[in-house]
Each structure stands twice: as structure tokens, then as C-alpha cells.
Design a protein around this ligand. Structure first.
Ligand code: SF4
Ligand code: SF4
Length: 57
């Protein structure tokens, strides 16, 4: 997951939308853990388009 630090305003909308509880909001940044199954819900939930799924390697 790529987070645009310029766009993200730490609203927390993506955290609440994740069915895997894979997103944590800290004081300074968003953290995605290994539970992420790339469902894309957080990407759609972000009101400012700050999230981008990376291409699977
Ligand atoms: S892609 Fe899905 S599982 Fe991964 S962090 Fe976003 S909402 Fe959670
Ligand atoms: S929904 Fe978007 S703006 Fe809000 S905390 Fe998540 S990445 Fe940042």
C-alpha cells in the first residue's frame, strides 16, 4: 500500500473500513500490517484519494 503523505489528513476513515483491521493510525503516519488482503476498500473509502494499491510483485 502506498500512502500519499501530502494528501492524507489522518481522518481515520480508512481504518474503520478495513475488514482485516490491518490499518493503524499513529500520530505521524498510517501503518498497514501483513493482515492486509488487498481488498481495496480503504482505497475507495479515502475521501482524498491518498491510498494506492501497489502492483503485486
Ligand atoms: S486493502 Fe483491504 S485489507 Fe488491505 S488495508 Fe485496505 S481495507 Fe484493509
Ligand atoms: S481515509 Fe485517506 S485521508 Fe483518511 S486517514 Fe485514511 S488515507 Fe488518510
Amino acid at each position: 500500500m502506498i500512502v500519499s503523505v501530502e494528501k492524507c489528513m489522518h481522518c481515520g476513515a480508512c481504518v474503520g473500513t478495513c475488514p482485516q483491521n490491518a490499518i493503524y493510525l499513529t500520530d505521524v503516519m498510517l501503518v498497514f500490517n501483513e493482515k492486509c488482503n488487498r481488498c481495496g476498500r480503504c482505497v475507495k473509502a479515502c475521501p482524498v484519494g491518498a491510498l494506492t494499491l501497489e502492483a503485486r510483485k
